[in-house]
Design a protein around this ligand. Sequence first.
Ligand code: ZN
Length: 273
Amino acid sequence: MDLNEVAVDPPNPPWKPLEILSQPEGYLSYYYSDDISPLPVRWVTKPGDNKSDPNLETSTYGLFSTCSSNMRRGVVKYGRPYIFFITNRNGVRVLSGYYHIKWYVEGAFSGGWDFSIAADKVHFVNPPISLVEIDKKFGLTLAKHFRTHKGISHETCCKLRNLLDLYEDSTASYLEEIDRLERFNLQHGEYRYIGWKQKDKFSWEYARQYFKQFFQESSEQVIPQRVKNSNDENQWFCSSCQRVFVNKSLLRRCPNCGELASLQPISKNAGEP
Ligand SMILES: [Zn+2]
């Protein structure tokens, strides 16, 4: 099978439909936004750790990065389709948009903890909405600090979704802004994503190489079990090509040989995934 001709976007296989509960629940998901941007897009220019999620180009999360693996697993295991995206703008936590997840696929890291998820509905607003204001309006406590993600009830999901749907969908503006920031990276660091040596934009065409384990005979390589997402030295060793890389977060794909799930932390003092 020629991988270059396979459609890898959902609902094509290997994507599977998410089994969603009758009273669907969800998550607040924190992401780093780019402070050189007027829009709260993900932190594309973050030094040593360019961000690829939430990946609006493909309406996915965790297809290209290893971020928030616990949340992605929760979406799949508990059938929670809503993800509301929270970020910090000038010291204030804001709600910028949401995904409604409809599909999932097992990621390259084995062990039942690594899933990529894809949305059938994406809606981002401009300007984003202050969590303090949302709490006041609905009597909630969403502005209370949490790290990476937090589960929320069906009722809260409905309130946030209805609120965001009142505003025009600005996802197209977010995509233009992501492209602009990537071109900034290209100009200053030769790549759109410097740590993983990626010159291409994210797209379903580009995503094909992330699906090769489903379409090609697997090699003799033993795929490692759960790997920590960060380590003190920010150094990673590729078990396939034996090269060492520096990046803050664990990469899905080796920037040198392109192997999936082949990177291991060098430091023993690995952080929480
Ligand atoms: Zn490699």
